[in-house]
Design a binder for this molecule. Structure first.
Ligand SMILES: *[C@@H]1O[C@H](CO)[C@@H](O)[C@H](O)[C@H]1NC(C)=O
Ligand SMILES: *[C@@H]1O[C@H](CO)[C@@H](O)[C@H](O)[C@H]1NC(C)=O
Ligand SMILES: *[C@@H]1O[C@H](CO)[C@@H](O)[C@H](O)[C@H]1NC(C)=O
Length: 857
């Protein structure tokens, strides 16, 4: 007995040792790489070398003078609070200066640049505007450090073919340049091959990748945690993917022990660490009978460039071979139909990757987004469990025909107008790119918007913050505060500012001209902090210019800190900040202008033609997406606090964008302000729990959004004091009727005839849940989004079943701007559209006549 037990224990110990040994091999020894060239410089650092966070040793300035040719010798150093020791010193250049490195082995090299404008007693690094080029490639063009308040890390993969490579820093005429640290390191040959697949035409080969320089824009460990350079032999960072998931509830993360990942013959473990392959997102409902949806990632990119996408797959979800087939889409186009990992890899848990070149032309819609989707093959597919996965995703910007990764100037400084690029790929990129670049110069190309003169939307608010900012759920601890910015003047924006061309700096004169000297005739709205003007930029782009009252006592630093945060909020469904001006203590923000104005005007009271049900669903989905992004997309959740139909604006294509982020200040001062803000403005949308407990959560926005949903359905205001008492508050009234099973009585007569019953049921279910008394019982914005998407699918399925594609949609687009009539009566337009809108199974609705009285006017 005793011996038996001991024997079993011995066996167990041996097994554990063997497993541990294998794992060590998989983690360590396999993925080792000795770069032929490795230059690591901690610029501006005095004395000995610097050990970076991942253990690599960077040479100090003194040890690396031989690489640098410069007419000057200026260093800056800062004490200790930057995220990495590499950011604590910098080299400053007042004139063009060049680092030159010997290249011992040609091929792809990483070029990694570190920037943070630290303090210098004489030079203001935040004022720096400069370009960085190699001998042949423009890496950064007019990079403006005023946009940099947190460390900026840029990563490039440049193919070096000659015996040396130079890195030239060129300040603009009146400015300086600086750099905190530089890496030039050989990359393994196997990392980027010369060939990839093209997205269009499907399956076509794209050759000649080695002629392009690449900038790594996104690198995601899908379904897994952050992987830092410490855990990647090639010192790469792999970020979690969740901020980019369009509908988080559609995906579920799965992970296995990295030790079981087996790299096949001929695939280098250097491609991605096994940690990347050991986690994935799969379909949230893969267990149920026939789930039919995609998992969607939306990543911001500069759409004037083409991109190399690397999709990493590894079947860690199947129980057996030949059970997983799925489709991969990029920006709505099929990239791979029926990806069959079993056949490609012949075993489970074996990595596979696919390189895909995506032309700029494929990215023009939607928004500035790269959209990657995976989904099941659908009806009629051959067996298998309906599921789809993605393990990792890399998005690399490809240099354009000007040889640039930032704008359209070549290394020689000439502007490339037409492209003589090699291969059709770069030509396309150039054409589209030029158009986009012109758009970007103006701020935001095709988007235009209108703010109606509606003084009640610009109520006096009691702080500068409230004028600008959404509430920051996590407090402001992780955010730059004025004191952290120190004495140097610091700008706004972030990493994306240069890559996406946002956050343009306007001179006061420019804005003066755009608004005809801030003419009262072009005022769109008035608020406690000043006025909002319609502006016309030089190139004809219309913008909304919000000018703070210069007499406001609020500090310029607060203004800048807040712009910095606003410009981080970049989403197709949020109204974009285009730029700002802080000249002569002015505080001016420039936003995109939305042609179709507030959603509310399309529902009632304005004389605009009514939106179809499908359009309404799309608008709600857009707004929900914007809010969902606010709640989850930014580093720390953001609560809008003032969700209502006047803060949802529509662009010229009726794409909904959430605007006017927030009423409030950051959490600590909430105590002082909640009472007054509670009573103001958005009565009728206010979360009763917030009212009771004075504790704000993102579920307060969900409540308000529920009111918006009923407003959209019933086409009446959230509060209408003119109505009988029980009808004044829309939320209460709608819920009452819903409980009685009589909701159809209060639905907007313009759409009731065309709503599919199942779609309506889903929609109302979502709206009702949003209005739950307690926040905990309300769904997240992601769930709401999910339900609305579903409602739209049901509506579309119903329309196509009848063989019609919602005729009301076209009808209404043409009707959108009735040229003259201001007072289209509800009855008149209703009788017209209800006969046009016969499509799909509908709710029978004999009681239109009673409806006129319910139209809030
Ligand atoms: C995986 O999902 C769980 C539950 O939804 C979540 O708590 C966890 O943070 C996720 N992990 C990653 C790495 O995203
Ligand atoms: C990094 O690797 C070590 C083992 O080498 C592991 O314990 C750790 O969890 C890894 N961290 C991440 C974030 O993957
Ligand atoms: C998945 O996305 C693609 C492209 O956007 C679309 O054509 C397809 O219908 C979607 N599939 C499902 C099930 O929604």
């Amino acid at each position: 007995m005793d011996t038996q037990i001991r024997m079993v224990m011995v066996v167990v110990v041996v097994v554990v040792a063997v497993v541990a040994g294998t794992m060590e091999a998989a983690l360590g020894s396999v993925a080792r790489f000795e770069p032929a060239d490795s230059y690591l410089l901690d610029c501006g650092a005095q004395g000995g070398s610097t050990k970076a966070d991942d253990g690599r040793i960077f040479k100090s300035d003194t040890q690396s003078t031989s690489f640098l040719s410069t007419p000057e010798d200026i260093q800056a150093s800062a004490n200790g609070n930057a995220s990495s020791p590499l950011y604590q010193s910098a080299r400053i250049f007042t004139e063009q200066s060049t680092y030159t490195f010997f290249v011992s082995q040609p091929g792809r090299h990483w070029v990694r640049l570190y920037f943070l404008p630290i303090h210098h007693p004489y030079y203001n690094l935040s004022d720096a505007v400069f370009s960085v080029t190699t001998d042949r490639i423009v890496l950064l063009h007019n990079f403006a450090a005023r946009n940099v308040a947190t460390p900026v890390f840029k990563e490039y993969l440049v193919n070096l073919t000659s015996e040396s490579v130079s890195l030239t820093f060129t300040p603009t005429t009146t400015s300086i340049a600086f750099i905190n640290a530089i890496e030039i390191v050989s990359a393994p040959d196997a990392l980027i091959l010369d060939d990839a697949s093209a997205l269009t035409p499907v399956g076509a080969d794209f050759g000649g990748l080695s002629q392009y320089a690449l900038e790594v824009v996104h690198r995601l460990n899908v379904g897994g945690p952050l992987i830092t350079p410490k855990n990647d032999t090639l010192s790469r960072t792999w970020a979690p993917d969740s901020p980019f998931l369009a509908i988080p509830s559609a995906a579920r993360n799965v992970s296995v022990s990295p030790g079981i990942i087996t790299y096949p013959e001929g695939v280098s473990p250097l491609l991605a660490p096994n940690w990347v392959y050991a986690s994935a997102q799969e379909m949230a409902e893969s267990g149920v009978a026939a789930p039919n949806f995609n998992i969607t990632w939306e990543l911001p990119v500069d759409t004037s460039f083409s991109y190399l996408l690397r999709l990493h797959f590894c079947d860690i979800v199947s129980k057996s071979l030949n059970d997983l087939y799925f489709n991969v889409y990029v920006n709505g186009r099929m990239a791979t139909s029926g990806l069959d990992l079993s056949t490609l890899t012949s075993a489970l848990a074996v990595p596979y990757y696919k390189d895909l070149v995506v032309n700029a032309s494929a990215l023009t819609r939607p928004g500035n987004m790269l959209r990657v989707q995976v989904g099941p093959m659908g009806e009629g597919s051959t067996g298998g469990t309906p599921n789809a996965i993605l393990n990792g995703l890399e998005v690399m910007k490809m240099s354009n025909s000007a040889g640039s990764l930032d704008g359209w100037f070549s290394v020689e400084g000439s502007r490339i107008i037409s492209s003589q690029g090699k291969g059709s790929g770069s030509k396309l990129a150039a054409g589209v790119g030029l158009a986009m670049a012109l758009g970007a110069i103006a701020g935001v190309g095709a988007m235009v918007f209108r703010w109606y003169r509606r003084p009640q939307d610009w109520e006096k608010r009691n702080s500068f913050s409230s004028w600008l900012l959404p509430l920051h759920a996590g407090g402001h601890s992780s955010f730059m505060t004025t004191s952290q910015l120190g004495s140097h003047k610091s700008g706004y924006s972030n990493f994306y500012s240069s890559t996406l061309g946002l956050g343009r700096y306007f001179t006061f004169a420019e804005l003066q001209e755009a608004t005809h000297g801030f003419d009262d005739k072009v005022v769109l709205g008035v608020g406690g902090f000043g006025k909002v003007y319609l502006g016309d930029l030089d190139d004809g782009t219309k913008v909304a210019v919000k000018r703070g009252n210069p007499r406001s006592e609020q500090g310029i630093n607060e203004f800048q800190t807040e712009i910095q945060m606003l410009s981080k909020l970049r989403h197709r469904h949020l109204v974009s900040l285009i730029g700002y001006c802080d000249e002569q203590s002015e505080m001016i923000l420039v936003y995109e202008y939305m042609a179709n104005g507030p959603l509310r005007d399309h529902l009632y009271g304005s004389g605009l033609g009514p939106l179809s049900w499908k359009q309404r669903l799309e608008v709600c989905i857009g707004a929900a997406r914007g809010l969902h992004y606010l709640h989850t997309g930014a580093a720390q959740g953001i609560i809008h606090r003032d969700v209502k139909t006047t803060n949802i604006l529509l662009d010229e294509n009726l794409v909904a964008k959430v605007s006017d982020f927030g009423l409030s200040k950051t959490a600590p001062t909430l105590e002082q302000t909640h009472v007054s803000t509670a009573v103001k403005g958005s009565f009728g949308y206010l979360d009763p729990e917030y009212f009771r407990r004075q504790q704000l959560t993102d579920k307060s926005d969900v409540y308000s959004f529920g009111v918006v949903l009923f407003e959209v359905l019933c086409a009446r205001p959230a509060i209408n004091p003119a109505l009988p008492r029980e009808q004044v508050n829309l939320a209460e009234w709608a819920l009452q009727w819903h409980r009685k099973g009589l909701l159809q009585k209060i639905i907007d007569p313009h759409v009731i005839g065309s709503i599919n019953a199942a779609s309506l049921k889903k929609y109302v279910e979502a709206a009702e849940k949003c209005l739950a008394d307690y926040g905990v019982d309300r769904p997240s914005m992601g769930d709401v989004l999910w339900n609305l998407e579903y409602a739209l699918q049901l509506q579309e399925a119903a329309s196509s079943a009848v063989g019609e594609d919602d005729p009301s949609a076209n009808h209404i687009l043409h009707q959108q701007r009735p040229p003259t009539v201001l007072d289209t009566t509800a009855k008149g337009s209703h009788s017209r559209s209800s006969s046009d809108d016969e499509s799909g199974p509908t709710l029978s609705s004999p009681m239109f006549a009673q409806m006129a009285g319910c139209q809030g006017r």
